[in-house]
Design a protein around this ligand. Structure first.
Ligand code: MRU
Length: 356
């Protein structure tokens, strides 16, 4: 499907493409236990909400393939690992969603041997990864009706195959438009401070042959006023029941600028990112990361040495700035309380069939 894989389960090991080193170095790391996966999620070797969910599910699979004396000890051990994995990054709900899916299998009282439990847990992790891929493909198809034949997107952060196991969400809709013969152009927000746009989205668009230009985050107002942007497309780390959306820092600014220029702003993500238990954006925990992500590049200080900085990794875009939320079950429109609930219920009744 995509010539690179951010996540691969091979010979009872988890192989991750180290996203901290892209685009100039392609290095794969091999992980052997859940603690290593939690660390890789925290330090952003792997990142993007659906991808960290799938990686965490495989983190539990790594524990499951270890030798265990009996099923009960194994079940207790996996519960402890699950808690550590969920704590690795607090904002994306996909992490808890995926871990809890695997833990539900782990708790099955009917399974009495470590061998059988191991088989079921690895199968559940595979099912989660494959579901994400199938969802992404369907999301891209669902969005096609929104785009004219010539379409210019403004995209924030990275939401491609790297962030999602394969294909992508917000970048997936761009990819689907391109694959379906539309003339696509993308303005790529560089996405300070970790530069997911300039490093990762640009790299993915190069591989896909989709034309783009990187812009400084602060250029989005100028670009929307002067460069004929058809739509803003962004991913999501958690969508609250009322449609308020947590996504990469800067998304909120972008949504306000889009509204000021009557440019539609679409949030794109699978229903696994919708959290009906979180009533609104105020209830979403926002991860704060090391201030040196802002003041340094690598080991090099950009700001005066030791300068203080404030580094929230995500922000909340209030639902009122969101035109629609594109999911694998369809496009949720305002009022989101009702439409999101319908999408989630549809997904529970009828998940998209696995694409792989
Ligand atoms: O800090 P990151 O790189 O994990 O943040 C990623 C984002 O904010 C993405 O937009 C979001 O996770 C959706 S990925 C399909």
């Amino acid at each position: 499907m995509t010539p690179y894989r951010a996540i691969e389960w091979k010979n009872d090991r988890l192989i991750l493409l180290d996203q901290r080193l892209l685009p100039h170095q392609t290095v794969y790391v091999t992980l052997r236990d859940a603690a290593g996966v939690a660390e890789a999620i925290q330090n952003m070797t792997i990142r993007g909400a659906p991808a960290i969910g799938a990686a965490a599910a495989y983190g539990l699979a790594l524990e499951a393939v270890k030798p265990w004396p009996d099923a009960r000890t194994m079940q207790e051990g996996l519960k402890v690992s699950g808690t550590a994995l969920i704590a690795a990054r607090p904002t994306a709900i996909n992490l808890a969603w995926a871990v809890n899916r695997v833990l539900a299998v782990n708790q099955n009282p009917v399974i009495t041997t470590p061998e059988l439990l191991r088989e079921k847990i690895v199968a559940e992790a595979d099912a989660i990864a494959n579901l994400e891929i199938a969802n992404n493909i369907q999301i891209g198809l669902n969005a096609l009706e929104l785009w004219p034949q010539e379409v210019t997107f403004l995209h924030h952060c990275n939401t491609g195959a790297l962030a999602t196991v394969d294909y992508g969400t917000a970048l997936g809709v761009i990819r689907a438009a391109h694959d379906h013969g539309k003339k696509v152009f993308v303005y790529v927000d560089e996405t300070r401070p970790r530069l997911q746009g300039a490093r990762l989205t640009a790299w993915e668009l190069d591989q896909l042959g989709i034309p783009y230009k990187i812009i400084a985050d602060g250029a989005s107002g100028y670009v929307m006023r002067n460069c004929g942007v058809t739509a803003v497309t962004v991913g999501c780390d958690r969508v609250a029941a009322n449609g308020d959306t947590a996504n990469k820092i800067g998304t909120y600014n972008l949504a306000i600028v889009a509204r000021a220029h009557q440019v539609p702003c679409y949030v794109v993500g699978p229903t696994s990112t919708v959290d009906l238990n979180t009533p609104n954006g105020a209830a979403i925990p926002i991860e704060e990361r090391d201030p040196e992500e802002i003041t340094k590049i690598g080991s090099q200080w950009l700001a005066p040495s030791g300068a203080p900085a404030f580094n929230p990794a995500f922000d909340i875009t209030p639902a009122e700035y969101i035109t629609g939320i594109i999911t694998e079950q369809g496009i949720a429109a305002p009022p989101f309380e009702q439409s999101l609930r319908e999408m989630v219920e549809k997904a529970q009744r009828n998940p998209v069939a696995n694409g792989e």
